[in-house]
Design a protein around this ligand. Structure first.
Ligand SMILES: Cc1cc2nc3c(=O)[nH]c(=O)nc-3n(C[C@H](O)[C@H](O)[C@H](O)COP(=O)(O)OP(=O)(O)OC[C@H]3O[C@@H](n4cnc5c(N)ncnc54)[C@H](O)[C@@H]3O)c2cc1C
Length: 290
């Protein structure tokens, strides 16, 4: 995933873009109902005739814009936007590859390069879900794991590996508070489950990072810890895509085609921007704001 972001970064710079990172936006700047830029943490302002937002819609429309500048029904829709999650991400640094009982060996083999699922049956996954629904972290979590360094060894020093565990579920209410101890115990159970299948697994772990719903919201701006900027439930798909502010376009995972790393929301936003430019709307907008 990092390589995708790096490639987009390089392409943008090759096309003449100036890319800034570590620059948190705090406000979308509006004049006469039109966006003309953003304000950054620290007070700098960037002015532009086109503003594209690709963050959670609750941040864009409830934190970066005054409610009085938006239609009431739109604000109500965004307030009701469901964004719960019971996902916990566990990142591991490994001294060696897992030595699976079913396919022994710590030298790199094909099975190390694929998805290392902990989903022993449908009942296993259902049980993990029902426990979280009842307000407890899963006793035996379900997991999609992978070892990115088997495909890209540049991600860590030679001879070592990183492993990424996308695990489910803990109660979605955990986004309100850190739950550090409970999360560590949950991570222990997850690691024990893999160790049953690969006995060297636990002892190969040099370091671990456990990211629960609270950390996802606080550190990554994923409200409720939801990785897709909102739940992919039927009533939240297809609609609520446009932004009601002229000059402001949405390209986040919460727009049509998202979630997931698919590029479709960005493609749609670019298409609308080009259409508006063709119609001359942005040119007029640029002059108004100059
Ligand atoms: C643990 C995890 C596992 C996932 N697994 C998969 C998978 O296997 N397959 C898949 O297709 N998708 C997966 N996803 C979902 C996928 O990553 C997202 O759908 C996708 O990244 C959304 O892209 P985006 O550009 O809309 O938003 P994001 O990737 O969320 O990017 C938003 C960016 O905006 C930044 N930001 C937030 N607030 C501000 C602010 N105020 N000012 C400036 N910048 C800000 C954030 O730091 C971030 O860089 C996963 C997500 C997570 C978290």
């Amino acid at each position: 995933m990092g390589a995708v972001a790096d490639a987009i970064h390089r392409s943008a710079e090759a096309a003449g873009a100036d890319v800034r990172t570590d620059s948190r936006v705090t406000r979308v700047l509006l004049r006469n109902g039109r966006a003309y830029g953003v304000a950054l943490e620290g007070g700098d302002e960037l002015h532009a005739p086109i503003v594209v937002t690709a963050i959670h819609p609750k941040l864009t429309f409830l934190q970066h814009i005054d409610r009085k500048d938006l239609p009431d029904d739109f604000v109500a829709d965004i307030e009701r936007w469901k964004s719960r999650s019971g996902v916990v991400k566990i990142n591991l640094a490994l001294s060696e590859l897992p030595d699976f009982l079913a396919d022994p060996g710590t030298e790199l083999q094909d099975h190390h390069t694929g998805s290392l699922m902990m989903a022993l049956s449908n009942e296993y996954m259902q049980q993990a879900f029902q426990e979280a629904r009842a307000g407890m972290a899963a006793a035996r979590p379900f997991c999609e794991g992978c070892i990115p360094t088997t495909l890209d060894p540049t991600l860590c020093p030679e001879g070592f590996h990183t492993m990424s565990l996308f695990t489910q579920w803990v109660p979605h209410e955990w986004s309100a508070q850190p739950h550090t101890e409970d999360l560590e115990a949950y991570a222990d159970r997850m690691i024990d489950a893999y160790t049953e299948l690969a006995p060297n697994f636990k002892s190969s772990i040099l370091h671990r990072q456990v990211i629960g719903p609270y950390e996802m919201e606080q550190e990554y701006g994923l409200i409720g810890g939801n990785i897709f900027h909102g739940e992919l439930s039927a009533e939240q798909l297809f609609h609520m895509r446009p932004s009601p502010i002229a000059g402001l376009y949405q390209a986040s995972s919460a727009t049509h085609g998202g979630g997931g790393v698919c590029g479709i929301p960005g493609h749609h936003a670019a298409r609308e921007i080009l259409k508006d430019r063709k119609r001359g709307r942005l040119k007029r907008l640029g002059r108004t704001q100059a």
